[in-house]
Write a protein that binds this ligand. Structure first.
Ligand SMILES: [Zn+2]
Length: 193
């Protein structure tokens, strides 16, 4: 099945449920009191999809609070489409493309793109943010003959992996060379100092 057929790209309720299952793996949590045991889902025709009420705070909330979707009226399934388009295009996805593809205004496209890029950036830089050790490891994906500086060395794919020992978060990236000059900027932009 094509990934683009996933319901969360087309159906607002499915999109909200998808985000909820990621943000709240153990069920809804009140963004104010952090409580999770006195929450009811609000039903009814005039209620916006994905609205919950905390009976401790007596206030309604949605999964958007505290995320990149906060205070935005853009439909969640359009957010899912935008995240997919931006994160899957290596060469970047222009504002004009986003505006035309999603059928939103240029201003909205700018807003969405800005929020998504911010989120991707902060996700990059938080290795070791808990104060723990970060392991950096180079591996070679394609085995060819020859060693370190041998004749076949440059044909291998050099992959740098970062692993945060506390959060178990891991990320791998292909490097053109594994030299100090190449590694230093990558490490600096990915590890919280
Ligand atoms: Zn509450």
């Amino acid at each position: 099945m094509s990934i683009l057929s996933k319901p969360y790209f087309h159906n607002e309720e499915a999109a909200c449920e998808f985000v909820e299952s990621n943000v709240w793996p153990n069920g809804p949590v009140c963004p104010r009191c952090k409580g999770s045991d006195r929450i009811t889902k609000m039903q009814g025709k005039s209620t916006r999809i994905g609205t919950y009420k905390c009976r401790a705070c007596r206030k309604p909330f949605t999964v958007k609070i505290g995320t990149i979707f906060e205070s935005s009226h853009v439909k969640m399934h359009l957010w899912m489409q935008a995240i997919f388009l931006i994160s899957s295009s290596k060469k970047g996805f222009s504002l004009n493309q986003l505006h035309r593809t999603l059928g939103v205004t240029l201003k909205t496209a700018w807003f969405m793109s800005h929020r998504i890029r911010e989120a991707m950036k902060s996700d990059d830089a938080n290795f070791g943010s808990g104060g723990g050790f970060v392991e950096a490891d180079e591996t070679y994906m394609v085995k060819t003959k020859g060693h370190g500086s041998g004749p076949h060395y440059s044909k291998k794919r050099k992959v740098l992996s970062l692993i945060d020992r506390d959060t178990k978060q891991a990320k791998s990236m292909v490097m053109t060379k594994v030299t100090i000059e190449e590694l230093k900027p990558v490490l600096e932009s990915n590890i919280a100092c």
